[in-house]
Design a binder for this molecule. Sequence first.
Ligand code: ZN
Ligand code: FE
Length: 256
Amino acid sequence: MAELDIRQIAVLRDNYVYLARDPETDACAAVDPAVAPPVLAMLQDLGWRLSHILCTHHHHDHVGGNLELKRATGCTIVGNRADADRIPGIDVMVSEGEEITVGSQVARVFDVSGHTRGHIAYWFPGSRAAFVGDTLFALGCGRLFEGTPAEMWRSLCKLRDLPAETRIYCGHEYTESNAAFALTLDPDNEALIARAERIRALRREGRPTVPSVLAEEQATNPFLRADEAALQRAVGLVDADPVATFAEIRRRKDSF
Ligand code: ZN
Ligand code: FE
């Protein structure tokens, strides 16, 4: 089966909107369209027709373009049933464990609450792609606006359990500052040192560091490694509960 053709659009200060088109049916989804005009322009350039919007969470920098895109294209808007009253223009409601199709492409829905209540992620196993919004970032994770450390840790573990080759499409280009923070906790991690160097080189050229591959997050993202002794030692907690370690890492990042 053909894979999704995925394009990314950098909008606002550091947001990414994604277009994901199924080559077999011409169906095309926009993921988290913060704004409409650049999405419409990219659709026009590519000659693609928008059939769906997939929403990960209610923040304005993820749903701000929903209604204008729906008016312009008649697309169907998909979001979390549990957060339906905060997703503008929602047509199709989904919950954890359910599937949603974009043409012939099937996504599994995960509840990944923590950044917000009712944040979801979409995993397209046939395309080795996951759209994770503001839950898992390249070398980072989202701030806890509405959830607890325990919820966010549980959500991150669900994403960590996806196949290692999964490409992680997140909502923001925060990677360079995430790398600087990760190095403060994990200064001897060779994989992290090498990755941070690649990230700085990409950003010097103004190129995106997203998507990343889950395998590199598993090896270098401190927020996915709160159950490892090295990270627990780094924050002064030995034999600690992963949730306590995660909470401390997140607390330090909040003031980094
Ligand atoms: Zn957000
Ligand atoms: Fe965001």
